[in-house]
Design a protein around this ligand. Structure first.
Ligand code: NAI
Length: 337
């Protein structure tokens, strides 16, 4: 039987990015998936070499391939270039940010039985990038919320819930204070909910949602949030199950999909071969499901869970002393068994 060949854009990123991406690419190969990777620099490295953080070659490659796997990219605070992540999301209209947050075997966490899905609107809100100086000493940032984007993300959350046998969606907002913007987001979510009679829904104010999440995360199923709250709450949620090193993310649009680890470039451990590749491996698993390589996705995730559960090849962030390479090699051996 001829194995289907996939052409996928690879963005190794910087910092620990290349260290976690390299073994992940090897695992995909070990699972029998035929991928022609089209690798491109982004961020500071690309700026040095191409004079821009998102070179045209990268944008053209992703435009054509429609699927990308991305490592973390450093974004300097308060100066320099705009966030590569925000630009990619906006350029390819990757409006849905999906982050599954689940306990993993062998990963110590504050809670057990957490299994929630964070759905974040990815294109507007306070990330619209419309900021200016009103007068010296006074800055203004505009929060844009539209009926179109709010309805679209609510439909995404409910469709996801229906396709994945999820039971309820919680809308998280601050409509008590931001009556027009968050009020519109909430109203759109409520309107969409009426069309999905088998899925329950509720709404919570974002501060209360954070409290409830740390008191008992198991009461939540799918969470639906606008951009800024989604950014913050999804990291909080990752903390419930062991941190950013073990949680993947997908940025999805109607035509394009970008899969990534949600952690940053971890400059403090760069080059030490101790970064945990779990998040990017799980992102790769989501990507393989997306491109209909479900068998390979299952093989990789089963091997990863076996190695994590055994606990003898964990990276230092999980309390072990294995290197990135030793951990990834143990997973590869499981895949090849
Ligand atoms: P970070 O996620 O890079 O690091 C936070 C802490 O977690 C550090 O102690 C780091 O060593 C640890 N850590 C992160 N990933 C790990 C892994 N896979 N294995 C073991 N330990 C891990 O967050 P920070 O320091 O706030 O950001 C550093 C840079 O990354 C910044 O420039 C930021 O803008 C960028 N960033 C990029 C993201 C992306 O490209 N998706 C997401 C978040 C931040």
């Amino acid at each position: 039987m001829r194995v289907k060949k996939h052409r996928i854009t690879l963005i190794p990123g910087d910092g620990i990015g290349p260290e976690v991406m390299k073994p992940t690419v090897k695992l995909i190969k070990a699972a029998g998936v035929n991928v022609e990777w089209d690798s491109h620099l982004a961020g500071a490295e690309a700026l040095k070499k191409h004079g821009t953080t998102l070179p045209k070659q990268l944008m053209d490659s992703f435009a054509k391939n429609k699927v990308a796997l991305k490592g973390p990219v450093t974004t300097p605070v308060g100066e320099g270039f705009a966030s590569v992540n925000v630009e990619l999301r906006q350029s390819f209209d990757l409006y849905a940010n999906l982050r599954p947050v689940k306990n993993l075997p062998g990963v110590k966490a504050r809670y057990e039985n957490v299994d929630l899905i964070v759905v974040r609107e990815n294109t507007e809100g306070l990330y619209s990038g419309i900021e200016h100086e009103v007068v010296p000493g006074v800055m203004e940032s505009l929060k844009i919320i539209t009926d179109k984007a709010s309805t679209r993300i609510a439909k995404f959350a409910f469709n996801y819930a229906r396709a994945n046998r999820r039971k309820k969606v919680a809308f998280i907002h601050k409509a008590n204070i931001m009556k027009l913007t968050d009020g519109l987001f909430l109203q759109c979510a409520r309107n969409v909910a009426q069309k999905y009679r088998t899925i329950g829904f509720s709404d919570l104010i974002v501060d209360n949602a954070c409290l409830q999440l740390v008191l008992d995360p198991t009461r939540f199923d799918v969470l639906l949030l606008e951009n800024l709250y989604g950014d913050i709450v999804s990291d909080l949620a990752a903390g419930l199950v062991g941190g950013l090193g073990v949680v993947p993310g997908a940025n999805l649009g109607d035509t394009h999909a970008l899969f990534e680890s949600v952690h940053g470039s971890a400059p403090d451990i760069k080059g030490k071969n101790i970064a945990n590749p779990t998040a990017v491996i799980l992102a790769a698993v989501m990507m393989l499901e997306h491109i209909s390589e479900k068998k390979a996705a299952t093989r990789i995730s089963a091997a990863l869970l076996t190695v994590l559960g055994r606990g003898d090849r964990l990276t230092p962030d999980l309390g072990g002393s294995a290197s990135t390479t030793q951990f990834a090699d143990a997973i590869r051996r499981e895949i090849e068994k």
